[in-house]
Design a protein. Structure first.
Lengths: 842, 255
C-alpha cells in the first residue's frame, strides 16, 4: 500500500482481504492458543470418537454378520432325531409352511494329529449327500479341495488354529465304536452357523457319506435343518411349524432329541445386542463427560476473554455478534474434532469388527460405515459442543461493558442465569450449592493457615496456597471433579465387571467339582464304569451320571423351543456344588423332583418352585415337580434329577453315559495325564468314549467366551481414563493461564522455579486425589449395576460381585500420573515465563 | 503529519445515527444518582449530578480515585446505568435503551479510549481499527479499508498497520486506540485517563491529537488526574464524593 497525493492506495492483497476482522479474531484466537485449541478439540474428539467407534462397530458388525448369515441361507429351525433317510426329507419338504429342507449326518469323534501323543480333541464331523447342492446352512469352500473326496476331511476354518494343524496334516480319529481311522486334512471351509471351535470347545469338519461309512457309521441322516416359507423372523410361527414337523417325525417312529429355533437370528445375536447396549451406554457417558469438558473449557475461554468482550461491546459489538463469534469458535473446535475423531473412530470400528470377525468366525466384506454413523458423529461433534458452550457464551455475551472490563469470572457471576431459561438457572444453582459445600474445605484451609501461622501445624506456605487455589474456581473445580469422578467410577467399575466375570468363571468351575468329564459313546453299566475309572491310579473319585435331552410339554400341548439337557446324578453328588437361587437341591429320597437352572426359567418364565411339569424324553412323557432353581452355567438349559429315579424314568436303570472324575493331584497336567491313562484303560475294557473335557479346557473355553466383553470393556475404561485425564489437563492449563499474572507477582517477590512448580503440581494432585476418593465411592453402585446387567445377559443371574483393589489401585496410579502430567506441563510453562512477560500478560 | 480536520469533514461518511444535534446540549445528565451494592452496604457513587456539555466542547473530568469520575463518564457512554435520573445524549435517553440498543448506539455515537488502550492482541493494528466498522456495518468493505488506512495515516501509523499491538510502544498503541475510536466517525470521544499510562512527551502528542479533533468538531470528555492537561482542556469538571463541585449544578459553559 502507498499514499499518493494524500490518498491511500490499497494493495491488491489488501483488497482481497475480505474476511471481517471479527472472524479474523476468531481464527487468530484459535491459532495463537494452540494448547487450548488442542485441549478443546481433544475433549470434543473423545466424545465423537466414542460415539463413532460404537455406532460404527455396531453398524459394521450388523452389516457384515447379516451378509454372512444371509449368504448361508440360515435355518429357521434345526432338529436332531433318530436316523432318517431322503424319504423323510421329501415328506417334510412337502409340508405346508416349509420352504427348504436340508439333511445331514453329524457324529462326534475324538481326534489328534497323527504321530502326536497328546490329548484327544473333540471333533464334530458333518456329512451331506451333495456338497454342491446344499440348500440350508450352506458351507463355503475356503482353501484346498472342494468338495471333500472320500476318506479326507475339510475342517471348518476356525478349527485349524484350535487344533493347531495345517492343510495336509493327517488326523487320527477315534469313532464312538472305538475304530481308529486316519483322515487327511484336504482343505478348509467356512460355516458361520457352526460355533467357532474356541468358543464351542470342539473342532468341526466335513466329510462325504462314503467316508462316514468308512468310519463305521451309517449313511442315514440325524440332523434336519429347515427354513419356513413365511414369517422367517416370527419365532412363535416357526415353533408351530417345528412342532408339526417334530410330530410328523415322531409319528414315523423316530424320536426327536433336540430342537433349536434360532428364529432367523445368529447364535450370538442376543449376547451381542445386550453387549452393544452396554457399550452404547458407556459411549454416551463418554459423550456426556466430553460435553462437560467442553463446558469447562469454553467457560474458561470466555472468562479469559471477558475483558476483550467488554472492549468489543464498548466499540459497538452487539450481544448477538459476540455470541456468533464464540459459537463460531466452538463450531470450528467441533469441525477440527470431527477431522480427528471420524477417521480414528472409523478405523477403530473396523479394527474391532475385524477382531470380532476373527473371534466369531465371520467374513468382513464391508469396511465403510453407513452414512447415518457419519451424520451422528457430525451431529454430536457440532451440536453437543454448541449446546455445552451455550451457557458460558450467553453469560459472557450478556455481561455489561462495565462487568466485562472489570474482568468478571463467568462462574462467579451473580444472577448470570437470569433470562437463560430455567435449566441454566437450575444448573447454576446446583453449582452454587456445590460451591457452598466446598466452604467446608475452605474452612479446613483456613484452619491449616491459622495453625500454620501459629506454628501449631507445619504446613509449607506454597502448599497452603495450592490448596487455596484448588477452591478458587469452584464452578470449574466442580465440573472437573464431576468428569474425573465419573470417569474414575466407570474405570473402576469396568475392572470390577472384569473381576466379577472372572470370579463367576471361578464359581462356574467350582460349580462343577470334577476335573474330567467323559461322555461315553452309549450308556454302560454304572458300576463297571466307576470301577474301571477308579482303577486308574491318578483318579481319586468317580461318579456316573445319565445325561439325556428332553422338552417341557406345556398344558396346551406345545413344547419348549429349545431342548433341555436332563442330568440324572446322585442327590449327594460330590461332583457338583450347586448355587441354589430358589428352593432346594436334590435329596437322596427324591423321586420325581427336578432342579432346573436359570436358563430353563429364562426359556419358560412361568416355572415356579413347587410346580409340576411334564417332560418328554426319548418320546415318553413324565411328570416332575420343580423343587429348586440353580444358577446358569453358560451351558444352556439344564435340569437335574435324582439318578435312581431318572434312570428308571428313561428306562436306563443302573446305567450311565457320562463319567465325572476327580484327579488325585489336580491341575492341567494331572488332568491330561489322568485322562490319557483312563482312555488307555477304557480301550482295553472295550468302553468307548465319545468326547472328553478337562477342567482346564472347560475354563479356557469359558474364559474365551468372556474375553470379548472384557476386551471391549477395557477399551472403554482406557477411553474414560483419557477423558478424565484431558479434563484435568484442561483445568490445570486454564488455571495456570489465568494465574499468569499472579505467578509473575510471586516470582517478582522471590518465588523460585520449584515453588511455582510445586504450587501447580500440588493443586493438580489435590484435585486428582479428591476425585479418586469420590470415584471409588461412586464406583461401588455403578459396578454392581453393570455386573448385574452383564450377568443377567450371559448367565440370567447377577455375576459373583467382586470389587478388586486392582481397578482402585490402577485408577489411583492413572489419576496421580495424569494429575502430575496435566499440571507439570502448565507448571513448566509457568516457570519459563519471565516476570516482565507475565506482568504484561493480558 | 496529522490530518484530522480532513477526516472529520468527509462528506462521503454517513451521518452518525442515534444523535439529534438539533438544539440543546449534546450531553445532558439530569439529577443522576448511582448507587452500588457493596458488602459494606450501599455506596452512592454519584449524588444527583447535573451536567450539560455542548457539541465541540473539550471537557476534562478531574477528581481523586473513588470520587465518581469514572462512574460519571460510564453514564455518558452507557457502560453503566443511573440508579435514578436521566442521561440524554443528543436527546437520546440512553438510560432507557436495552444493552443491545446501547451497544449499537455507542458504536456509532461514542468513541472510547481507555487508559490501558485495550486493543485486541490477536488482531493487527489495521484489524483493530476495522473492528468497530465491522460491528456497526456502517461502510462497505472497501470503504472500511480506505477509512482505516486513512485513520492510521493520520495518527502516523500507516507503516505499522500489519503489526500486532504488542509490537508497538505505549504511545503508538494509544494512537491506534484513538484511530479505532474514530472508526465510525462518532461525534463524541470519551477517554478514560488516556495519558495515564504514557510518558509526558507521548502524552503531549496524544493531547494535541485531541485538540485537533475538538477543532474538527468532535466533543471530547476526558477523565484525567493531570491538572496541567485539565487546564489545557476547554472546560474542567471536578468531581468530589460523587458531586460536581466547581461549577453550579445545571449550568454549562460554551466551548
Amino acid at each position: 500500500m502507498s499514499r499518493q497525493d494524500g490518498r491511500v492506495v490499497l494493495s491488491a492483497g489488501m483488497r482481497l482481504r475480505v474476511l471481517a476482522p471479527r472472524w479474523r479474531k476468531v481464527l487468530h484466537d484459535l491459532w495463537e492458543n494452540k494448547t487450548r485449541t488442542l485441549l478443546v478439540v481433544l475433549s470434543i474428539a473423545v466424545g465423537v470418537f466414542a460415539v463413532g467407534m460404537i455406532a460404527g462397530t455396531r453398524a459394521l458388525f450388523d452389516r457384515n454378520v447379516a451378509d454372512n448369515w444371509n449368504a448361508e441361507t440360515p435355518a429357521s429351525a434345526v432338529l436332531v432325531t433318530d436316523a432318517f433317510d431322503e424319504e423323510l426329507v421329501q415328506t417334510v419338504r412337502r409340508m405346508s409352511d416349509v420352504a427348504q429342507v436340508e439333511a445331514r449326518k453329524m457324529i462326534e469323534v475324538r481326534a489328534r494329529v497323527q504321530g502326536a501323543s497328546g490329548a484327544w480333541s473333540n471333533l464334530a464331523l458333518y456329512a451331506v449327500a451333495d456338497y454342491k447342492d446344499i440348500r440350508v446352512e450352506k458351507i463355503t469352500p475356503e482353501e484346498g479341495q472342494w468338495p471333500p473326496a472320500n476318506n479326507v476331511v475339510l475342517l471348518e476354518r476356525s478349527s485349524l488354529e484350535w487344533l493347531n494343524v495345517k492343510i495336509g496334516d493327517t488326523l487320527v480319529v477315534e469313532t464312538p465304536d472305538g475304530k481308529k481311522r486316519e483322515l487327511r486334512i484336504a482343505g478348509t471351509a467356512h460355516a458361520f452357523h457352526i460355533i467357532p471351535s474356541a468358543l464351542a470347545g470342539r473342532a468341526s469338519g466335513f466329510i462325504t457319506l462314503d467316508s462316514l461309512e468308512w468310519l463305521g457309521s451309517s449313511r442315514q441322516f440325524n440332523v434336519l435343518s429347515l427354513t419356513v416359507s413365511r414369517y422367517p423372523y416370527d419365532k412363535a410361527f416357526i415353533q408351530r411349524v417345528v412342532d408339526r414337523v417334530a410330530d410328523k417325525i415322531e409319528r414315523s417312529g423316530r424320536t426327536v432329541y433336540r430342537k433349536e429355533v434360532p428364529g432367523g437370528k445368529y447364535y450370538f445375536a442376543d449376547m451381542v445386542k445386550t453387549f452393544l447396549l452396554i457399550l452404547g451406554a458407556l459411549g454416551l457417558l463418554s459423550l456426556f463427560l466430553s460435553g462437560f469438558l467442553v463446558v469447562n473449557t469454553i467457560s474458561a475461554l470466555v472468562t479469559q476473554q471477558v475483558r476483550q468482550i467488554g472492549v468489543m461491546k464498548a466499540i459497538g459489538a452487539s450481544a448477538g455478534q459476540i455470541i456468533g463469534m464464540y459459537l463460531a469458535t466452538v463450531a470450528i473446535f467441533g469441525l477440527l474434532a470431527l477431522g480427528v475423531a471420524i477417521p480414528l473412530g472409523s478405523a477403530t470400528a473396523v479394527g474391532l469388527v475385524r477382531f470380532a470377525a476373527g473371534y466369531l468366525n465371520f467374513n468382513m466384506a464391508s469396511y465403510i460405515s453407513p452414512p447415518w454413523v457419519l451424520i451422528l458423529q457430525v451431529g454430536v461433534g457440532l451440536i453437543v459442543p454448541l449446546l455445552a458452550a451455550l451457557y458460558p457464551v450467553l453469560a459472557g455475551a450478556r455481561l455489561t461493558v462495565r462487568e466485562a472490563i472489570a474482568g468478571v469470572v463467568i462462574w462467579d457471576l451473580r444472577g448470570a442465569g437470569r433470562g437463560l431459561g430455567w435449566r441454566a438457572t437450575i444448573a447454576l444453582a446446583r453449582l452454587r450449592r456445590a460451591a457452598r459445600r466446598q466452604r467446608l474445605l475452605a474452612a479446613v484451609w483456613h484452619w491449616l493457615a491459622e495453625h500454620s501461622r501459629r506454628q501449631l501445624v507445619r504446613v509449607p506456605r506454597p502448599l497452603l496456597l495450592s490448596l487455596r487455589n484448588t477452591f478458587r474456581r469452584k464452578g470449574r473445580l466442580a465440573l472437573t471433579l464431576f468428569t474425573l469422578v465419573l470417569g474414575g467410577a466407570i474405570f473402576v467399575s469396568v475392572f470390577s465387571v472384569r473381576s466379577s466375570l472372572l470370579a463367576t468363571l471361578d464359581a462356574l468351575t467350582h460349580y462343577w467339582q470334577h476335573d474330567i468329564e467323559v461322555t461315553l459313546a452309549r450308556p454302560y453299566r454304572a458300576e463297571a464304569l466307576a470301577n474301571e475309572a477308579l482303577s486308574v491310579p491318578d483318579i481319586a473319585a468317580a461318579e456316573v451320571w445319565s445325561v439325556n435331552y428332553g422338552f417341557r410339554v406345556r398344558a396346551d400341548g406345545t413344547q419348549t423351543a429349545r431342548d433341555i439337557t436332563l442330568i440324572g446324578l446322585p442327590a449327594s453328588s460330590a461332583m457338583i456344588q450347586p448355587n441354589v437361587l430358589q428352593g432346594r437341591w436334590l435329596l437322596p429320597d427324591d423321586e420325581s423332583a427336578l432342579v432346573v437352572n436359570a436358563d430353563v426359567v429364562q426359556e419358560e418364565p412361568d416355572l415356579r418352585v413347587g410346580q409340576d411339569i411334564v417332560i418328554k424324553t426319548n418320546g415318553r412323557e413324565s411328570t416332575w415337580r420343580v423343587v429348586g432353581i440353580v444358577a446358569g452355567q453358560m451351558a444352556g438349559p439344564l435340569a437335574y434329577a435324582n439318578y435312581p429315579y431318572f434312570t428308571q424314568a428313561i428306562r436306563e436303570v443302573g446305567r450311565g453315559n457320562r463319567l465325572v472324575l476327580r484327579t488325585a493331584a489336580g491341575g492341567g497336567a494331572a488332568e491330561a495325564a489322568a485322562l490319557k491313562s483312563l482312555e488307555a484303560r477304557f480301550t482295553v475294557a472295550g468302553l468307548r468314549l465319545r468326547s472328553s473335557e478337562t477342567r482346564s479346557e472347560m475354563r479356557d473355553t469359558a474364559s474365551e467366551q468372556f474375553s470379548l466383553i472384557v476386551g471391549f470393556l477395557l477399551i472403554m475404561a482406557v477411553l474414560l481414563a483419557i477423558v478424565g485425564g484431558l479434563g484435568l489437563m484442561g483445568t490445570m492449563s486454564l488455571n495456570v493461564l489465568e494465574r499468569t499474572r499472579e505467578i509473575g507477582i510471586l516470582r517478582a517477590i522471590g518465588a523460585g522455579d520449584r515453588a511455582i512448580r510445586t504450587l501447580v503440581v500440588v493443586e493438580g494432585l489435590g484435585i486428582g486425589l479428591m476425585s479418586w476418593c469420590a470415584g471409588i465411592l461412586l464406583a461401588l453402585p455403578i459396578a454392581k449395576l453393570l455386573s448385574n446387567a452383564v450377568g443377567e445377559q450371559f448367565l440370567h443371574h447377577a455375576l459373583e460381585f467382586s470389587f478388586p483393589p486392582l481397578g482402585v489401585g490402577l485408577w489411583l496410579i492413572v489419576v496421580v500420573c495424569v494429575a502430575a502430567i496435566a499440571s507439570w506441563l502448565p507448571a513448566r510453562r509457568a516457570v519459563r515465563l519471565t516476570v516482565r512477560e507475565v506482568l504484561t500478560y493480558e | 503529519m496529522l490530518n484530522f480536520l480532513r477526516l472529520g469533514s468527509r462528506t462521503d461518511i454517513a451521518a452518525p445515527a442515534g444523535v439529534n444535534l438539533a438544539g440543546g446540549p449534546l450531553i445532558e445528565l439530569r439529577n443522576v444518582v448511582k448507587t452500588f451494592d457493596t458488602p459494606a452496604g450501599p455506596f452512592v457513587a454519584l449524588k444527583g449530578v447535573q451536567l450539560q456539555i455542548n457539541a465541540g466542547e473539550f471537557v476534562a473530568v478531574m477528581g481523586k480515585s473513588g470520587s465518581g469520575k469514572s462512574t460519571l463518564v460510564n453514564m455518558v457512554t452507557g457502560i453503566d446505568r443511573p440508579t435514578s435520573g436521566e442521561v440524554l445524549i443528543g436527546q437520546t435517553p440512553v438510560h432507557t435503551l436495552t444493552e443491545d440498543q446501547i451497544a449499537a448506539w455507542r458504536g456509532r455515537t461514542i468513541g472510547l479510549i481507555f487508559q490501558f488502550f485495550q486493543l485486541l492482541p490477536a488482531l493487527s493494528v489495521l484489524e483493530n481499527v476495522l473492528l468497530p466498522m465491522d460491528f456497526c456495518g456502517l461502510y462497505t468493505l472497501r470503504e472500511r479499508y480506505e477509512r482505516a488506512m486513512s485513520l492510521l495515516a493520520q495518527v502516523d501509523l500507516l507503516n505499522q498497520a500489519d503489526k500486532r499491538p504488542a509490537a508497538l510502544s505505549g504511545g503508538q498503541q494509544q494512537r491506534v486506540a484513538i484511530a479505532r475510536a474514530l472508526a465510525n466517525d462518532p461525534p463524541i470521544l470519551v477517554a478514560d485517563e488516556p495519558t495515564g499510562n504514557l510518558d509526558s512527551r507521548t502524552a503531549d502528542t496524544v493531547f494535541r491529537l485531541f485538540e485537533r479533533l475538538v477543532g474538527s468538531g468532535k466533543t471530547i470528555l476526558m477523565v484525567t488526574h493531570d491538572p496541567d492537561l485539565a487546564r489545557r482542556a476547554g472546560r474542567s469538571v471536578l468531581v468530589v464524593d460523587g458531586e460536581i463541585v466547581d461549577e453550579p449544578a445545571g449550568r454549562s459553559r460554551s466551548a
